[in-house]
Design a binder for this molecule. Structure first.
Ligand SMILES: Cc1cc2nc3c(=O)[nH]c(=O)nc-3n(C[C@H](O)[C@H](O)[C@H](O)COP(=O)(O)O)c2cc1C
Length: 392
């Protein structure tokens, strides 16, 4: 398997699966360490304050089993910092290593997953994993394709957050649509004021009630639904992102599109641009009298021009599909007996992924932004640019 790292200078590598460890009965390994997730990060600066509590706070947003809207799986998602931090909680500059053991992997759940291994699970990655890895693929609980893998990313995002907080960069994500039920427009201020005020993390508190009822209704039918998650990054200075293949828009899209169940994303007005005229789509610049800097009257561009940050909020909308695992009967293929058949799942799963995916979106955007800062600063150190352009 290739491609388990993301980022060039702030570089995150993850490994681990959903039920990994359930099968390793080696008595020399203490039970909790038999399996789980690991994160290694290159490029963490020395001298940064970093505690397990700071990482745990982010992981707790994504932790399963917190409400009726997510899977009843009860993973503690407890993180252990394994390397790169001294006893005074200050980073040394060496790679940060983190462990998140799998603890909720008892035999009855492993057995349920085992009973589905011979069937192609509709909407899941199983078919394509069989094509790439054959019978050796670990598909218990979806293996590397499991939503559980994203805990390792959230841990990395928490480290990026520790750096970005010091630079005044804030990344916030929230739910704005469930199964066609939409929230009103959400400003940064509303998102901050109502952050995590309900189990869906939808800052439009009235419409959130309708969305939550919709998820519960669909869950009772044994079915699932999707929605839209939005992200705002505030405080990102202009000039981040490299002009051609490494545009900031491209690396953010890479990070977000690599999250399971994400089916699309748009920056700023996104697809709405296709219904506008140029005169409507263009954000008109003006000189801000207070700062002497260039600002824009609107933000249809979503904070990115030519793939480079323009100093306005970076705004992203993410399309999340319905959870593939459902108990409604679906047609499929039995790969052992090579015949068409029907399947219905009795495993634990999220009826809607939106209430658990927003911390993952925050993490991936933070990692992409911090990585772009490293790249921009490195390049800038070597270039000969008149100060005038800095002041603009
Ligand atoms: C936080 C999170 C939780 C998820 N929970 C589940 C789940 O409980 N059941 C499930 O079938 N898929 C779940 N998924 C989605 C699958 O990982 C994803 O749909 C699958 O790997 C197929 O990939 P694709 O949808 O990107 O094509 C979850 C994804 C995330 C990010």
């Amino acid at each position: 398997m290739l491609g388990n790292s993301f980022g060039r200078f702030f570089k995150v590598t993850t490994c681990g699966e959903s039920y990994g460890g359930a099968f390793r009965r080696n008595p020399d390994i203490p039970g909790e360490l038999r399996g789980g997730l690991m994160t290694i990060i290159d490029g963490v600066p020395s001298g940064l304050k970093l505690t397990a509590d700071m990482i745990q706070a982010e992981l707790d947003k994504r932790r399963p089993g917190q409400s009726e809207l997510d899977t009843p799986r009860k993973e503690k998602d407890k993180v252990y910092i394994y390397s790169g931090v001294m006893e005074n909680d200050i980073t040394t500059g060496a790679p940060i290593g983190m462990l998140i053991p799998n603890t909720d992997i008892d035999e009855q759940h492993v057995e349920k997953h085992r009973s589905y291994l011979d069937f192609i699970r509709p909407g899941q990655a199983g078919y394509t994993y069989y094509k790439k890895f054959g019978q050796n693929a670990d598909l218990y609980g979806a293996g590397r394709a499991s939503g559980r893998e994203t805990a390792a990313r959230v841990a990395a995002g928490a480290v990026a957050k520790a750096v970005l907080d010091g630079l005044g960069i804030d990344v916030i994500s929230f739910v704005t649509e469930i199964h066609g039920i939409k929230s009103g427009d959400i400003s940064y201020e509303i998102a901050k004021a109502n952050y995590r005020k309900n189990e869906l993390n939808c800052p439009d508190l009235e419409n959130a009630v309708r969305m939550i009822d919709e998820i519960k209704k669909i869950k009772a039918e044994g079915d699932s639904c999707g929605g839209v998650v939005e992200i705002i990054a505030r405080g990102v200075a202009s000039g981040l992102g490299e002009p051609v293949f490494d545009k900031l828009s491209a690396t953010i899209a890479h990070g977000i599109m690599s999250i399971g169940s994400v089916k699309g994303l748009e920056f700023g007005a996104g697809f709405e641009h296709t219904r506008m005229k140029g005169s409507e789509s263009n954000d008109k610049p003006y000189l801000d009298k207070d700062t002497g800097r260039v600002r824009f009257k609107t933000n249809n561009a979503g904070g990115l021009l030519g793939g480079i940050s323009n100093g306005e909020d970076i705004r992203i909308r993410v399309a999340v599909k319905p959870t593939p695992t459902i108990s409604v009967t679906q047609s499929t293929v039995d790969v052992k007996n090579l015949e068409n058949t029907d399947i219905s799942f009795k495993t634990r799963n999220d009826p809607c992924i939106c209430p658990r995916i927003y911390p993952v979106c925050e993490a991936m955007v933070r990692i992409a932004i911090l990585d772009a800062i490293y790249m921009a600063k490195g390049y800038r150190e070597l270039s000969f640019l008149d100060d005038k352009w800095d002041r603009l």
